[in-house]
Design a protein around this ligand. Structure first.
Ligand SMILES: [Zn+2]
Length: 203
């Protein structure tokens, strides 16, 4: 039995961790967990300072964006979270960041090949780029779904990163590995010619 209070605490803790880790600047990025039995999304509020955020600031909505609980508006990107939960039964948590190294590849519409071993178990291969969609639209999520059916994360063109997981800690770890892979790949491109792990077959 999932506990709503526990989900709110996990969303808050993960949001603060991601902010401290500099995966999001200002009030950008958003984090949610899915209460699947009730079809409720437990999500960070819209435009709210992460350092001031408390458990009571976390918002609960249904898949259509109707407010179930909370004193703020949900993240402006709640539709992206809703489409991911609607389409992917294995996703129970979404971490969306604008982490800088990964977002720079998203701006270039450039994939990150499998250059590190962690990319295989955590991200399930190379990082692909989902097509651009207007911020806040359902298409942001719908464009990422075909990639997230096979992968635990993707780059979103001219936007940022979305990582999923069966749990919030998993989704968070995946988002950290996305930025780590992007940073190391960037440094490797600057200092030489990165060698791709050829033994890994994409599914
Ligand atoms: Zn965003």
């Amino acid at each position: 039995m999932t506990d709503l209070k526990e989900l709110k605490q996990n969303v808050l803790m993960t949001a603060k961790k991601a902010y401290d880790e500099k995966l999001m600047a200002g009030t950008s990025g958003n984090i949610s967990a899915y209460f699947r039995e009730k079809q409720w999304i437990v999500i960070t509020p819209s435009s709210y300072d992460y350092s001031l955020m408390a458990e009571e600031d976390i918002v609960v909505i249904d898949l259509d964006g109707n407010l179930v609980e909370g004193r703020h508006k949900p993240s402006s990107e709640w539709k992206m979270h809703a489409e991911i939960y609607r389409h992917l039964s294995h996703a129970n948590a979404v971490v969306h960041t604008h982490s800088p190294y990964a977002s720079s590849f998203a701006v270039n519409h450039q994939e990150i090949p499998v250059v590190l071993i962690e990319m295989i178990p955590f991200l399930k291969g190379k990082l692909e780029v989902s097509p651009y969609a207007q911020q806040g639209s359902a298409e942001v999520g719908l464009n990422a779904v075909p990639i997230l059916e096979r992968k635990n994360a993707c780059l979103m063109a001219n936007h940022g990163v979305v990582a999923i997981g069966g749990t919030l800690p998993e989704a968070y770890t995946n988002s950290v590995y996305v930025e780590d892979a992007a940073k190391i790949y960037h440094l490797a491109l600057c200092s030489g010619h990165p060698v791709v792990i050829k033994e890994y077959e994409e599914v």
